[in-house]
Design a protein around this ligand. Structure first.
Ligand SMILES: [Cu+2]
Length: 305
């Protein structure tokens, strides 16, 4: 056996080993998560809003135009190199300027760019139009959780913190060996709850560093910047659970601040609001009681000089 075939054998063995490793990993594989990532997903997330649908359409529209240009340009180039090569006796042309060619290669790309820009601009403008929202919710990024405040519309006044499910954090700390749940590191204690078919405006800001509020199925991603207010919006077309993550590297727990949006029917949402509102006064009472005890304790403590 010569050196070269030994070398190739080595590569083949390592490929086989890697493949075996992959298939044994597949035994533990999670399933597709509706509203979240899928196993071996190649395309964008399945859309749940009109805007996400438009983005996916634009993505393929642009990709196809790029592919056609690629094939056309390289086709002409390789054909010319092959058919008009020197060994066949071809002599290079000596012309220097051709007004016709120059006009053509300026106009054609210009028309293509306009053709691409029109649908893209329409979608970008629609993405930025946060007017006439049915519900306005402020999403505040914290290291490393999300705070949701219902500012306007049904549920006004509700506010809570949404953190990663602790069991998932423990699982991650232990290396996540063996089977992991389908919503691994996407499960939270208090998901963001919104009604279906309503325009939801999300105002983003942050209390510490830059985070980003992103839910791929809705086609939204907006930075949450400390000291600034930015906004985005979505109108979910169907009920269900949708998942996203903080998409701006924000520190050591960046991977542990998922976003879970629960889209409910209007009736279910109204019931949820009622439940939250009835819980809120109790929580308020507890807070006042705690503050009261603190004040008493402070008053009782000897004054230090
Ligand atoms: Cu973050």
């Amino acid at each position: 056996m010569n050196m070269l075939s030994q070398h190739w054998n080595k590569i083949a063995y390592s490929c086989a080993a890697a493949f075996a490793g992959l298939s044994s990993a597949a035994a533990y594989a999670v399933n597709d998560l509706p509203g979240g990532p899928s196993v071996r997903q190649l395309n964008l997330h399945a859309p749940a809003t009109k805007l996400a649908e438009e983005q996916i359409y634009l993505h393929w529209f642009m990709m196809i135009i790029c592919l056609v240009i690629f094939v056309a340009v390289f086709g002409v180039m390789f054909y010319s190199i092959w058919k008009h090569r020197k060994s066949l006796g071809h002599k290079p042309a000596t012309f220097h300027e051709s007004v016709k060619v120059e006009i053509a290669w300026t106009l054609v790309p210009f028309i293509i760019v306009i053709f691409m820009a029109i649908p893209a601009t329409k979608t970008v403008i629609a993405q930025k139009d946060t007017s006439n929202a049915d519900l306005t919710i402020k999403a505040t990024g914290y290291q490393w959780r999300w705070g949701y405040d219902y500012l306007k519309g049904e549920g006004e006044g509700i506010s809570y913190i949404s953190s990663l499910d602790n069991e998932h954090r423990v699982l991650s700390n232990s290396g996540a060996k063996g089977a992991t749940p389908d919503d691994y590191l996407l499960k939270v204690d208090n998901p963001l709850v919104v009604p279906v078919g309503k325009k939801i405006r999300i105002i983003t800001t942050s209390s510490d560093v830059i985070h980003a509020f992103a839910v791929p199925s809705f086609g939204i991603k907006q930075d949450a910047i400390p000291g600034f207010v930015r906004d985005t919006h979505f109108r979910a077309e169907r009920t269900g659970d949708f998942y996203g993550q903080c998409q701006e590297l924000c520190g050591k727990e960046h991977a542990y601040m998922p976003i879970h949006v629960k889209v409910l029917s209007e009736a279910d949402f109204a019931a949820w609001v009622q439940k939250k509102k009835s819980q809120a006064p109790a929580a308020e009472d507890k807070k006042t009681a705690a503050a009261g005890t603190e004040q008493v304790a402070q008053a009782a403590a000897p004054v230090q000089k």
